[in-house]
Write a new protein. Structure first.
Length: 250
């Protein structure tokens, strides 16, 4: 798998109603790293994430994935080439686990054998053997298992980058920790580049190579390793934000 980076260069997003969600964002996500975006609600994290696969079109500035300008690519093809995972996985309820995982390969008209091999490989990868789980329907799975199917589906075509918006938010806290650990191991093994939005600072600390702390308008207050952000908050904003989550002992 290619290891691709993501670059934002002076990116702005103004919604049609005049809301400026992201004012002037420049940010690099290095190949193979997990970058977590944290910050108060409404500060432009999801907008930032969704601009990468053009679910939201940037108003100005440049975003590249693996060096290629996203605006020079066909939006649908771009979207299919980038893994995207959200809180409520959005599995198709009337399709089996195997069919769900094969969603994008089917859209791309992969032949049956290739699809079958890939689905088996992916289900093994996320610890849900095809023989047991392939023919089940989403309602026959636990929340954590559904989330793992979501991971498998997002990885189906070996995307160079994976975008995740509160991916483990709907999983109960106990399962969430082990799922995070499993995901971290998988990401390392595959060398995936991940951009993740989370409001759970503990999740960011467990998963991230670097954390970007956002304030309103997609402004970056601090960017650094979890250790740097926790032990040396750059300013009062970061300190207050972390304190609200009990991430810093007073
Ligand atoms: P976050 O993910 O940090 O909670 P968002 O990116 O969702 O923030 O939102 C940033 C700002 O843009 C907020 O003020 C939000 O209300 C606004 N916003 C988000 N989506 C739209 C939209 N489709 N139209 C207008 N404003 C929007």
């Amino acid at each position: 798998m290619d290891h691709a980076g993501i670059t934002f260069d002076h990116v702005r997003k103004e919604y049609p109603d005049g809301t400026v969600a992201v004012e002037d964002l420049s940010l690099d996500v290095a190949p193979g790293e997990i970058m977590c975006l944290v910050g108060p609600s409404g500060c432009g994290k999801s907008t930032t994430l969704r601009m990468v696969n053009r679910l939201v079109e940037p108003t100005s500035g440049t975003i590249t994935v693996d060096g290629a300008d996203i605006m020079s690519q066909d939006a649908v093809q771009l979207r299919r080439s980038i893994g995207y995972m959200i809180q409520h996985v959005g599995l198709f309820p009337h399709r089996t686990v195997a069919q769900n995982v094969a969603t994008v390969p089917s859209l791309l008209r992969w032949d049956k054998d290739r699809k079958q091999r890939r689905v088996e490989e992916l289900l093994d990868l996320v610890g849900l053997p095809h023989s047991t789980y392939g023919a089940r329907y989403p309602h026959e799975l636990s929340g954590g298992e559904r989330q793992r199917v979501g991971v498998a589906r997002a990885l189906a075509i070996e995307p160079p980058v994976l975008l995740m918006d509160e991916p483990f938010g709907a999983v109960d806290p106990q399962r969430r920790r082990s799922l995070q650990q499993e995901f971290r191991d998988l990401q390392r093994q595959l060398g995936l580049t991940v951009m993740m939005v989370t409001h759970d600072i503990r999740e960011a600390v467990i998963l991230a190579d670097r954390i970007a702390v956002f304030s309103e308008g997609g402004a970056i207050e601090q960017i650094g390793t979890p250790d740097e952000v926790i032990t040396s908050p750059a300013n009062d904003f970061v300190e207050d934000f972390l304190a609200d989550f009990g991430a810093i002992a007073d």
